[in-house]
Design a protein around this ligand. Structure first.
Ligand SMILES: Cc1ncc(COP(=O)(O)O)c(C=O)c1O
Length: 399
């Protein structure tokens, strides 16, 4: 019951505790703003069956707290998957389960960031990471990118500039596969050059590989982690994209010293054992068949979005043609303000996130991220036509 004289917390909040930035769960009729996998390919029956098998086998262990690093069998499955799919040689002890990869990133960011530290990211970057970095007072600097990934000259110049000012850059955060929001995958050549250049300046690379399995076209590129044998690369992965974000299961892979520090920021006594048991038992039998099914669904949805962009935007805009992942990155002519239009477009039925939200320097109002994974192909097609109509109505593109 609401009291007429509520307790006042205002003077008690920590200085770095922002007001929650999470909005409600409002969705536009055509929701291209938030990134979700296809709901129709969620393996619900498989997960229920897997959970039942796992609980019959070891359900009594739920009476205990899980080991801090998480269910060993799931960590072993991760070790084998990373070896097979990402050319990584890691052991069980190197892997820690986390509540989504978001928690893994937050733990690493907390362990490595003091207020005022310079950290580098791609020029547009996943806003959850950006938020965490800002929360811990980082000075986040975006590095230019092109279709092949980070632009080495800009990375080198930036490292040189800060080194000249006597500042050591703390780390480089990258999403090298199906980058969020830009959609490209960094080439092998670029990855090698990024490692060389950052090593020269003593800067670790934080590799966020959460989208890597969502490839429905073209050839994959090996991980940063596999190209390094010095411990310079910290690695983060997730089951949100190949199972479901609602499971809240991700992981980090890091050298002992970093893992120990990161673990000190992990609250809550390990991850949810229920979810870990279900995921392990399910993936042990069905991982690749499920990923294939999901990727086929994603390809159809991407194709519908790309076709509709072609029909409705013509040469009024340009957009990426991703070989996987969940995003198309739309670019309108410089000077276009999609930030100013975002709320209005939402009210008129189409949700998107404009580029400034992903930019460390709040640039890029002429860009928008369009997520194609959750709506049906038909909704993607209709929604893009509606977006074009909204842009025409508000003079962003000519009719
Ligand atoms: C690049 C990137 N990393 C990490 C995450 C966090 O995902 P989760 O915590 O669900 O694993 C997301 C979510 O969209 C993301 O886009």
């Amino acid at each position: 019951m609401a009291s007429s004289n509520p307790f006042d917390y205002e003077a008690l909040f920590a200085k770095n505790a922002p007001v929650s930035v999470r909005g409600g769960n409002r969705h536009a009729k055509y929701d291209f703003a938030v990134a979700y996998p296809p709901p129709e390919t969620l393996p619900l029956d498989g997960l229920v069956e897997a959970l039942k098998v796992a609980l019959d086998r070891e359900g009594r262990d739920l009476a205990l707290y899980p080991v801090a690093a998480g269910l060993p069998a799931l960590r072993q499955l991760i070790v084998e998957k990373l070896h097979r799919d990402r050319d990584m040689q890691v052991s069980l002890d190197d892997v820690v389960l986390t509540s989504g990869s978001g928690e893994a990133l937050a733990m690493l960011i907390k362990a490595l960031t003091d207020p005022g530290d310079v950290v580098l990211t791609e020029e547009f970057v996943y806003l959850g990471t950006l938020r965490q970095m800002r929360l811990f007072g980082a000075d986040v600097v975006g590095i230019q990118c092109d279709e092949q990934g980070l632009v080495i000259e800009d990375l080198e110049d930036t490292l040189k500039r800060f080194s000249g000012q006597g500042k050591r850059v703390k780390y480089l955060y990258t999403i090298p596969s199906f980058q969020n929001p830009m959609g490209w995958t960094m080439t092998l050549e670029r990855r090698k050059r990024v490692l060389d250049v950052t090593r020269e300046y003593g800067v670790p690379v934080l590799e966020d590989d959460c989208y890597v399995d969502l490839r429905f076209e073209g050839d994959g590129v090996t991980s940063f982690h596999s190209l390094d044998d010095t411990g310079q690369v910290l690695y983060v992965g997730s089951f949100s994209k190949i199972i479901a974000p609602g499971m809240r299961m991700g992981y980090l892979v890091a050298p002992d010293s970093v893992r120990q520090r990161a673990m000190s920021f992990k609250g809550g006594g390990g991850v949810n054992q229920f979810a870990a048991l279900a995921i392990e038992e399910y993936l042990k039998h069905h991982m690749y068949e499920h990923i294939d099914e999901q990727n086929q669904a994603l390809r159809v949805k991407r194709d519908a979005m790309l076709a509709s962009l072609g029909e409705n935007f013509g040469d009024a805009a340009t957009w990426s043609k991703p070989e996987g992942g969940l995003y198309v990155w739309l670019e309108l002519p410089e000077g276009t303000d999609l930030a100013a239009l975002q709320d209005q477009a939402f009210d008129e039925g189409v949700g998107y996130y404009n580029g400034t939200m992903f930019s460390p320097s709040e640039q890029g109002a002429n860009f928008a991220r369009l997520c194609f994974g959750h709506p049906t192909a038909q909704t993607n097609s209709d929604g893009i036509a509606e977006l074009a109509r909204i842009f025409e109505r508000h003079g962003v593109i000519k009719s």
